[in-house]
Design a protein around this ligand. Structure first.
Ligand SMILES: NC(=O)C1=CN([C@@H]2O[C@H](COP(=O)(O)OP(=O)(O)OC[C@H]3O[C@@H](n4cnc5c(N)ncnc54)[C@H](O)[C@@H]3O)[C@@H](O)[C@H]2O)C=CC1
Ligand SMILES: CC(C)CC(=O)C(=O)O
Ligand SMILES: [Mg+2]
Length: 357
């Protein structure tokens, strides 16, 4: 098959992991007889530097014309001082909205070989860590009004609103129920309904949907309790459905209990098959340019692209099996290293995964 992939190289450590990911995709294309056409698209800091805009229309158009988009991450200290609308991260938000990607799926599944890298007690890990966070991606406070006023007192006041309409909740709620139905049939809606009207609206929509999924065990949990339960008893979770900011925060926490944020991929989809595939982590500026960054999360994100957007399940399996074999051999990167293992750099980890495909 021929597929067009828009590649956003990203900022700081991101080009290092995207390079290894392209190597893996090319190996898969060679082995399975596919042709992947790559179109570079600038977004984030790179786009600001080139065009003065974190996502120019012509770069968004490249992404909309592709079969899917591969992204590392954007942002970094160089652009920290910019106003919100001009920051690299705003380009990412505009990309997600521009592509209509309302469903961000973030797995939290531990590779058994990485149990020693988890900060949790072995007996907690042994009970199993295998859940997925279904995060609403283009609503809520990341997309609400942002205002800064000067009060009568002369001091400034900033306000960020968190809007959610019923249709926005219903479409992600359905993804949550459908995902749970294909897994262990447990869905937990995580919110702050004891404080927020948006959360109370979430619950009213979820209760309406619940009637359509009698086979799914549905529950609700306040987000602060969930943050604690993820470390106390992660085995209780199968699918978590939650709003944008809560999902952003909980998924980073969930990644750590599986051994490292450097291992967790994500898919972002809307109503079609064109998706955005990116690791859940950021641009890791603190380790940029040192060949330290773990490319695995980005490589596994590409595997998700093959599986969910291209219908290439066998090819996706080949990548995931290669990662498993690398871990079996005791090969690690600095972020998930443990005693008795061999620590590789970014490029060497790419080499190791390539060798197993
Ligand atoms: N999707 C995206 O483009 C995202 C971008 N960001 C941006 O990234 C920049 C840095 O943000 P941080 O809060 O530091 O988050 P971060 O996820 O980039 O880094 C957090 C910590 O995890 C480590 N880390 C992250 N990914 C790693 C990997 N693959 N291998 C090894 N270590 C890894 C970093 O070295 C750092 O110590 C900021 O500009 C932020 O806005 C943050 C999150 C997502
Ligand atoms: C930088 C944010 C806009 C995105 C983020 O943190 C995430 O999607 O994980
Ligand atoms: Mg995040």
């Amino acid at each position: 098959m021929e597929k067009n992939i828009a590649v956003i190289w990203g900022d700081c450590s991101s080009p290092e992991i995207v390079k290894q990911t392209i190597r893996v995709l090319d190996k898969v294309a060679e082995k399975y007889g596919h042709t992947f056409h790559y179109t570079d698209a600038a977004m984030g800091g790179e786009a600001i530097d080139k065009y003065g805009d974190p996502l120019p229309q012509h770069e968004l158009d490249k992404c909309l014309a592709a079969d899917s988009v591969l992204l590392g991450a954007v942002g970094g200290p160089k652009w920290e001082g910019l106003p919100g609308e001009q920051r690299p991260e705003k380009g990412l938000l505009r990309l997600r909205a521009g592509m209509g990607l309302y469903s961000n799926n973030r797995p939290a599944k531990i590779w058994p070989q990485l149990a020693p890298a988890s900060p949790l007690k072995p007996e907690i890990v042994a009970q199993g860590i295998d859940f997925i966070i279904v995060r609403e991606l283009i609503g809520g406070v990341y997309f609400g009004n942002h205002e800064t006023h000067t009060l009568a007192s002369g001091e400034k006041q900033a306000i960020d609103s968190m809007p959610y309409a019923e249709h926005e909740i219903e479409r992600i709620g359905r993804i949550g129920f459908e995902t749970a139905r294909k897994r262990r049939k447990k869905l937990c809606c995580v919110d702050k309904a004891n404080v927020l009207d948006t959360s109370r609206l979430w619950r009213s929509v979820m209760h309406r949907l619940q009637a359509e999924y009698p086979d799914v065990e549905y529950s609700e949990m306040f987000v602060d309790n969930c943050a604690m339960q993820i470390v106390k008893n992660p085995a209780q979770f199968d699918v978590i459905v939650t709003e944008n900011m809560f999902g952003d925060i909980l998924s980073d926490e969930a990644s750590m209990i599986t051994g490292s944020i450097g291992m967790i991929p994500s898919s972002s989809l809307g109503d079609g098959t064109r998706g955005l595939y990116e690791p859940i982590h950021g641009s890791a500026p603190d380790i940029a340019g040192k060949d330290i960054v773990n490319p695995t999360a980005c490589i596994l994100s590409a595997a998700m692209m093959l599986r969910y957007s291209f219908g290439m399940a066998e090819e996706a399996d080949a990548i995931e099996t290669a990662v498993n074999k690398v871990l079996d051999k005791g090969l690690r990167t600095a972020d998930n290293m443990s005693e008795g293992c061999t620590c590789l750099g970014c490029t060497a980890m790419g080499d190791a995964i390539l060798a197993e495909i």
